[in-house]
Design a protein around this ligand. Structure first.
Ligand SMILES: [Zn+2]
Length: 294
């Protein structure tokens, strides 16, 4: 997360200061790429100062500032292609947020995740969901209002749980990891799923584990959380212990699920995700336990 970021909705009086621009085409962020492959955001007074090739900017939103010695203001916007096969000038690139990991300051990456959700919200709430009238954006609050029927829409968040399930196996502690059908790579991860209306997070943890692998869990504990902007999740992570049952796969979603020891882990998600943190937490606890016993 970016500790220096202060969210805000009202832009500064003085607009003639260079600001950071988070401009997206779908989930791809506009960046300057240098010859080493490092990426940087445009820092300009307005996107009008940039040569954007076949793109134009719509839906500009001010969303806050970075407070260091001075304030660095942040804007988000959507890039719309003017024609079917749009070009960008040399040195500029559109990159998916996931591909920017490692090329880009991590705190800035999370700020970009915040920006892309606001852009997506703006794009999908141009009209009232109840009566179809074009909406207005409130000046001092992040909300779309319908001038006809008064319906309001705030940026939507979809909470999901993600769970590290462990058990005491015959040869030491094990973690439950599963391989999802949608993942092209032979990658295993912890189980996750969206919270349904009316559920507590703990109920959701039990239901997801039951539905996906037919196991019961106990000792559910909060671990941490992470915004996941693809497109608007909030991942709430838990640890839990195996209580009972044998693995039976939910075959519509999973191709495999197994118990793994820390010294025998399969390919798992890269550092950007909270799934990685949950699996690393297990691995590190086990390596400390092994060192303590040797
Ligand atoms: Zn309406």
């Amino acid at each position: 997360m970016n500790e220096n970021f202060v969210p805000a909705t009202i832009p500064p009086d003085n607009r003639a200061v260079p600001s950071l621009w988070f401009l997206f085409h779908k989930f791809d962020l506009l960046v300057f790429l240098d010859e080493q492959g490092q990426a940087a955001l445009p820092r300009v007074v307005s996107p009008a100062a940039l040569d954007l090739g076949d793109f134009r900017v719509v839906g500009q939103q001010y969303f806050g500032y970075l407070q260091n010695k001075t304030r660095l203001h942040c804007y988000a916007g959507e890039l719309v292609p003017e024609q079917g096969d749009p070009n960008l000038p040399d040195g500029l690139a559109l990159m998916h947020l996931r591909r920017l990991y490692g090329r880009f300051d991590e705190a800035m990456l999370w700020l970009a995740g915040r920006a892309v959700q606001l852009v997506d919200w703006d794009r999908t709430h141009q009209f009232c969901g109840r009566c179809g009238t074009p909406t207005h954006t409130a000046p001092n609050e992040r909300v779309k209002q319908c001038p006809h029927c008064g319906h309001t829409s705030y940026p939507r968040l979809s909470p999901a749980v993600i769970v590290q399930v462990t058990r005491e196996g015959k040869n030491g502690r094990e973690i439950l990891l599963a391989r999802n059908k949608r993942n092209q790579l032979p990658m295993y991860s912890v189980l996750a799923g969206f919270v349904e209306p009316g559920e507590t997070l703990e109920t959701c943890v039990r239901r997801e584990i039951r539905e996906e692998v037919n196991l019961e869990v106990k000792n559910i504990r909060y671990f941490g959380s992470q915004p996941w902007p693809f497109p608007n999740s909030l991942m709430v992570a838990f640890t839990a212990e195996y209580a009972s049952g044998d693995i039976v796969l939910e075959e519509a979603e999973l191709v495999d699920a197994q118990w793994f020891r820390a010294d025998n882990l399969p390919l798992y998600p890269p550092p950007m995700s909270i799934a990685h943190r949950l699996i690393e937490d297990f691995r590190q606890a086990e390596s400390m336990a092994v060192n303590a016993n040797s």
